[in-house]
Design a protein around this ligand. Structure first.
Ligand SMILES: Cc1cc2nc3c(=O)[nH]c(=O)nc-3n(C[C@H](O)[C@H](O)[C@H](O)COP(=O)(O)O)c2cc1C
Length: 198
């Protein structure tokens, strides 16, 4: 990783057959690459083993000893090493997909005192309900959510050939990424200066 860049993990939340999520994630990763402030890793939850049944103890207190499945290792390592996250999520029944909640519940400290931005898409609401729920959930993990997200209502008419049709969108993405980079640097310095009092 180059100096002055932050490790950014982009999470593809949807694992649905025929999903649109990878299109959005790949465009966002491209924006983050050209931003220059990040070393980007895209983690697709469809490639991760995420059992619904959890171990007895909470991952909050278990540290590295938490008994996760082998097929989750890449996700855990990516979350652990991240300085910042972008969650790319659709909206299912006015929330975010169960795949993402299950992945979140297998972890805890990997999110603590790190910034998270959201890129959502869906029908008329553009994933707004999904993001509201995620802000609530990730606050419990002591993550810091970024105000400026990207939302794509009726994405099926708003995208063509893997890109949003609105020419302003890359500018909105830059604002999101600028804020995320600022928080990534600030929180990394803070984590290095003193342990977070969780
Ligand atoms: C089970 C299910 C529930 C959905 N509920 C909503 C919803 O509440 N609001 C919405 O805007 N879109 C909803 N949609 C439409 C999805 O946002 C749309 O299908 C989108 O493509 C899903 O993302 P994906 O293709 O990456 O899985 C729903 C889709 C599914 C499959």
């Amino acid at each position: 990783m180059e100096n002055n860049t932050h490790k950014l993990v982009v999470i593809v939340a949807s694992v649905r057959e025929g999903r649109f999520g990878p299109v959005v994630a790949s465009w966002l990763a491209e924006q983050a690459d050209s931003h220059g402030g990040f070393d980007v890793d895209v983690v697709d939850l469809a490639d991760v083993e995420i059992p619904l049944s959890l171990p007895a103890a909470s991952p909050k207190y278990a540290g590295d000893e938490y008994p996760r499945p082998a097929g989750m290792r890449h996700l855990t390592t990516a979350l652990e090493s991240a300085d910042a996250f972008v969650v790319v999520t659709p909206e299912y029944n006015h929330s975010y997909p169960a795949s993402l909640k299950a992945a979140i519940d297998w972890h805890f400290t990997q999110w603590t005192a790190k910034p998270v931005a959201f890129v959502s898409y869906g029908g008329a609401a553009g994933g707004r309900h999904a993001v509201l729920h995620l802000e609530n959930v990730l606050t419990e993990l002591h993550a810091v959510t970024i105000r400026d997200g990207l939302a794509f209502p009726n994405y099926f008419t708003a995208w063509q050939d893997g890109r949003p049709l609105d020419p302003e969108t890359p500018g909105y993405a830059k604002t999101l990424l600028d804020q995320l980079a600022w928080w990534a640097g600030a929180l990394k310095s803070a984590r290095e200066a003193a342990p977070y009092p969780a």
